[in-house]
Design a protein around this ligand. Structure first.
Ligand code: FDA
Length: 308
């Protein structure tokens, strides 16, 4: 793993760095490239603009590893309100939550209840809840949450990371549930004991698992979100999709707001289903560090905002 990426990911969990960065105006300006604003209204406005271009969305309120039960309740209520607002606005905008935002570190049963409250509201509003995958110690508890919720409702999906060795087995064990899966490469700092250090292997496992899910995970309610900005991988998967006659209802491409916009527009213009994940909120520091780590050249945007 490149040194810059490792340093940025280590910084993402550093409290001092977070406090310093949040105060610097030039850093806040550079964050705006990936985030339309700190408030849900900003995210809804961005979702409306994307909807005009035929692009559907996912909204996520930034924050993770909460320390108090009251905070988890606040986050849950926030998302309940978002589901209501999305329905009132007539938008096709799903939500995506992190289990540690709903209280996983504090009490897994509380987290499950909070997740189920959101799924129930999503049922009522005709919407859908995605569960993000956080760092590797959270994989088992996150899959346990997902399994319990999915047994009750088809309106929930889970992210799986192709950089983890274990993910092939996880996919197989989830298959009987006809799961909704968002496949991503993985964004956290993981040791070589649990994750492929070589990007080529991460890409290969992504391709292999995406193909497996596209062909064999076809029961009603099953869907694959292809969560990558990697143009070469996207092209390979498009050939696979076309070559195997996979229907457009079986998959969506999923990308992050502000990342590879030209690639996003091109994909949409070619008629492929595309969903863009829009992040918003005040607690953007660890998330932003992970975005910088994905493309260290992004640091130039930070520097440009310092001098520009
Ligand atoms: P990859 O790193 O292979 O790069 C491909 C190309 O895209 C390169 O040209 C690169 O420069 C460009 N690119 C990638 N990221 C960029 C960025 N931030 N800025 C500018 N250019 C960039 N992770 C996780 O662990 N848990 C999760 O739940 C999720 N959820 C999630 C949802 C969605 C919709 C997406 C798209 C991604 C995630 N991720 C995630 C993040 C994911 O794991 C991964 O870190 C990033 O998508 C980067 O990997 P790619 O395959 O996109 O690009």
């Amino acid at each position: 793993m490149a040194l810059t990426r490792r340093l940025l990911l280590a910084a993402s969990t550093n409290r001092w760095m977070r406090e310093q960065a949040m105060r610097r105006r030039f850093i806040r300006r550079s964050v705006s490239r990936f985030m339309p604003g700190e408030h849900v209204e900003d995210a809804l406005a961005a979702a409306r603009t994307l909807a005009e271009q035929g692009i559907t969305t996912i909204l996520t309120h930034l924050g993770e590893n909460l320390e108090r039960v009251e905070e988890a309740e606040e986050v849950t209520r926030h998302y309940l309100d978002v589901l209501d607002r999305v329905a009132a606005a007539g938008l096709d905008a799903q939500i995506s939550i992190k289990p540690t935002q709903l209280g996983l570190d504090l009490d897994p049963a509380l987290c499950q209840r909070n997740l189920d409250r959101l799924i129930e509201r999503a049922e009522q509003r005709g919407n859908f809840v995605w569960v993000d995958m956080e760092s590797s110690p959270y994989v088992d508890p996150t899959l346990a949450l997902f399994r319990a919720s999915r047994a009750r409702s088809a309106r929930v999906g889970v992210a799986l990371q192709s950089y983890l060795y274990r993910t092939g087995k996880d996919v197989e064990s989830l298959m009987p549930l006809a799961p909704a899966v968002r496949l991503v490469k993985g964004a956290y700092l993981e040791p070589p004991e649990v994750a492929y250090p070589d990007k080529r292997e991460v890409d290969e496992q992504f391709y292999r698992l995406a193909c497996r899910l596209l062909v064999d995970n076809v029961a009603p309610g099953a869907v694959l979100h292809i969560g990558t900005h990697d143009a070469a991988l996207t092209a390979r998967l498009l050939s696979f999709v076309d070559g195997h006659g996979i229907p457009a209802s079986a998959y969506e491409f999923a990308m992050l707001y502000g990342v590879q916009r030209t690639h996003q527009r091109r994909l949409r213009a070619s008629g492929r289903p595309l969903r863009v994940l829009i992040s918003y909120g005040e607690h953007w520091f660890p998330w932003y560090m992970r975005r910088l780590a994905e493309r260290p050249a992004n640091i130039w945007f930070v520097m440009k905002n310092l001098f520009g």
